[in-house]
Design a protein. Structure first.
Length: 318
């Protein structure tokens, strides 16, 4: 990704026309700030109703209630932020994705007594005629192929983190606004589904295939990563697939064609490897692709139009 901010946009095309609608702030607050705040309000409500069940939930309620007030703080600070404060303001919604993810496991265990795997598993069987995760790895478990698949699964982190880092250090203000908004949107939308409709998936519910492939470096690396950050109830739709598909989509919006196709290749690898590694039903991956395009092509434009209306109302009240 060596292109400059101006070269990062496809040759001959202008910046996406929607960008100014949320790039322009309202009293120091961006659309992504409002989106993050609304998700914090949702989580504050979830933890509030869980306080009688788990007393420690009061602290998570307070944390989310305070985090939901960040737009008010930004409105008060406006142009008074230091350089570090402006950098932190730009990236904090992305940073919040990690704690949002880590608490989903607790939410699943405390809020729901059961999962919806029977429903999703039946849909998977109806669509494919067999649970593909039960046959893909056992029939193709040569270590050389397994390492390719486990590397593809690991590459999910690269397809998300590397473009975001490029955006943070080299991207134009328009690029930063667009990518930050759309990345946060795809994650919190998946998290909302996990809270309301938890599916645990084959990673938690089925016996995994054993074999020589388990000696592989990328197999062991992925197992180590999962032991640190897996969450129950987060299988459908696959956020790995939804996020990597989103990054491929953003690649064609903001990066050079070679970079966009590389991100697309990475997304395809994630789609296949989520099933191969027996972490997801195949329908989870299909749903992740559909969810990503629905969010980016249908939901995001609606939110953008709403934000544009908010801007017009704010200007009219001046």
């Amino acid at each position: 990704m060596s292109a400059s901010p101006s070269d990062a946009i496809r040759s001959g095309s202008s910046a996406p026309s929607e960008t100014p609608a949320w790039y322009d702030e309202i009293d120091g607050v961006r659309l992504v700030d409002r989106l993050t705040s609304y998700y914090n309000i949702l989580l504050a409500f979830v933890w509030l109703i869980l306080i009688p069940q788990w007393s420690t939930a009061v602290w998570l309620f307070l944390a989310h209630a305070l985090a939901a007030m960040i737009p008010l703080l930004l409105k008060r600070a406006r142009d008074g932020l230091s350089r570090f404060g402006r950098v932190l303001r730009d990236i904090y919604p992305l940073i919040f994705i990690l704690p949002f993810w880590t608490e989903l496991d607790l939410v699943r265990r405390l809020l729901h007594d059961a999962n919806f795997d029977r429903v999703v598993g039946a849909l998977d069987l109806a669509l494919f005629g067999i649970h593909l995760e039960t046959v893909f790895l056992p029939n193709m478990d040569a270590i050389w192929f397994s390492e390719i698949m486990y590397f593809a699964y690991f590459a999910y982190y690269l397809t998300v983190i590397v473009p975001v880092l490029y955006m943070a250090f080299k991207g134009s203000p328009e690029m930063k606004a667009d990518i930050t908004f759309r990345v946060v949107l795809i994650y919190v939308s998946c998290f909302f589904v996990y809270i309301a409709f938890p599916v645990d998936g084959p990673h938690w519910l089925t016996e995994h295939h054993q074999g020589d492939f388990q000696r592989g470096f990328f197999y062991r690396l992925e197992q180590a990563l999962q032991s640190e950050g897996d969450a129950l109830g987060c299988s459908f739709p696959s956020s790995h697939v939804a996020a990597s598909t989103t990054m491929a989509y953003l690649g064609f919006r903001w990066f050079s064609k070679p970079t966009a196709w590389l991100l697309t290749l990475g997304a395809i690898g994630v789609v296949l490897s989520t099933v191969y590694t027996q972490n997801h039903y195949a329908i989870d991956s299909v749903a992740g692709i559909i969810w990503a395009f629905w969010i980016q092509l249908m939901v995001a434009p609606v939110l953008i139009r709403w934000w544009r209306g908010e801007q017009h109302r704010a200007k009219g009240s001046i």
